[in-house]
Design a protein around this ligand. Sequence first.
Ligand code: DHE
Length: 529
Amino acid sequence: MVESRNPKAPPMTQAEFDQARTIYFERCAGCHGVLRKGATGKPLTPDITIGKGTDYLKVFIAYGSPAGMPNWQTSGEMDEKTVDMMARYIQHEPPVPPEFGMAQMKQTWKVIVPPEKRPTKKMNDFNIENIFSTTLRDTGEVALIDGDTKKIINVVKTGYAVHISRTSGSGRYVFVIGRDAKINMIDLWMPVPDNVAEVRIGLEARSVDTSKYKGKLGDFSDKLAIAGAYWPPQYVIMNGDTLEPMKIVSTRGMVVGTQEYHPEPRVASIVASHFKPEFLVNVKETGKTLMVDYSNIDALKVTEIGSAPFLHDGGWDSSKRYFMVAANNSNKISVIDAKDGKLAAIVDVGKIPHPGRGANFVHPKFGPVWATGHLGDETISLIGTDPVKHKQYAFKQVDTLKGPGGGALFIKSHPKSRHLYSDAPLNPDPAVSQSVVVFDIDKLEKGSVTLPIAQWADLKDDGAKRVVQPEFNKAGDEVWFSVWSAKNKQSALVVVDDKTLKLKAVIKDPRLITPTGHFNIHNTQHDVY
Ligand code: DHE
């Protein structure tokens, strides 16, 4: 039996404890934190969980909640025995993982193809700007899919459960980061695009980006890369050609407002500024956006902007001056002005905003707006983003729409489209999680229409079939969705014609296992959403 510092914790064998620790790390830590202090998910420290008891916790784990807790048992991802084991595990003290510094990073760093051995021009016939980098979550791979022919170009080995793909400033390289904090750098100029470098920057991570500033102060595109870790809580600046780690900065520190010390302030979204040689690093638990000036990393200048906890995901407004980031524990969107380096506003929205990168469009009445959906309620919030020509609406919630339901994760539009799409993959009702809703931007008052994406995929297996993340192609006339089933079940990508809202293509392939996020190279390079 495991010895627990907490005698009231229910018994577990060492084998059970070890297995539960791995499952917790892979499935639960992202929301609840390695130290279980909570963020997107509730805190799960023993002082709380023991009071709830094993039976209560089992029900929650098995059935989930509309606020975003997945239904692990009824979706088929955990059996009853595993649910029971996890309910007991979270009543024990969380084991603290080790630190991960420069020596460990250097040990994992590999330059597979050095810069001087890489092609000097594009060596393939692919329209690389319209490639989609698609996460194959449970196989530790990304599929590079030709957006024109809908054929898989290559399946590239990566870290575990890649979270996002980001394109370099020049559009040549794709950077992906696994939950295990492994970064892979893929060269799209190779005859068959593949890995050219890799490194691990911690034990758990979600965000990566590269320097994009090009202007009076120099051309920094493709020069540097940055990644943020959940554990240890730190960000790392790397050489943009080789991924050699150059500078590690801890994010441990004080929480905005209370000014209490937090031991695990995780790095959430990171974006590269177009206005200055700066990265915007959003730190979850402390509620701070760090504007990291990378023009001289030996004398690093960091502007710290406090707003509200817990900062999570976000995107630029259409001018790319204002970064709109969800403070999901406060039900707010913080607006960071990347030009003047200050907080422009904090906007109240619905329950647990979750925008992904959000959606920009020109509203018939309010002018340019940015939109977010919510994990905790069915609304979509529209926020005005034009302080010059639509000053009275700027950085206010100007309207709300009735979205698909709680459990919404991603929302998307495109400058060439007059449609707004929202998914709701974490909604407990399969009819909702397996479809998306679409609004006509010119007739928002008419409400949405529902597209039965999973049904269109016509998969041979039953199962979760969650429909995840609308993403436009380069031309802005197609929208791609993942139909995300369990590892041993068939999944697919579904492509919708944006003009007619009719099915355009279904991409099925035995290699498309657990597809989740998919990122169009051009739209990601230029922050078009
Ligand atoms: Fe994500 C973005 C963290 C669960 C798919 N997710 C992000 C970002 C963060 C984050 C910090 C912003 C990165 C950036 O822009 O730099 N995600 C987390 C979690 O902590 C959480 C809640 C739990 C976990 O264990 O990871 C979580 N995310 C999920 C999923 O379950 C999803 C649906 C499927 C998967 O592959 O794991 C998922 N997250 C995504 C996607 C994006 C993302 C597709 C990028 C959206 C975009 O359009 O940029």
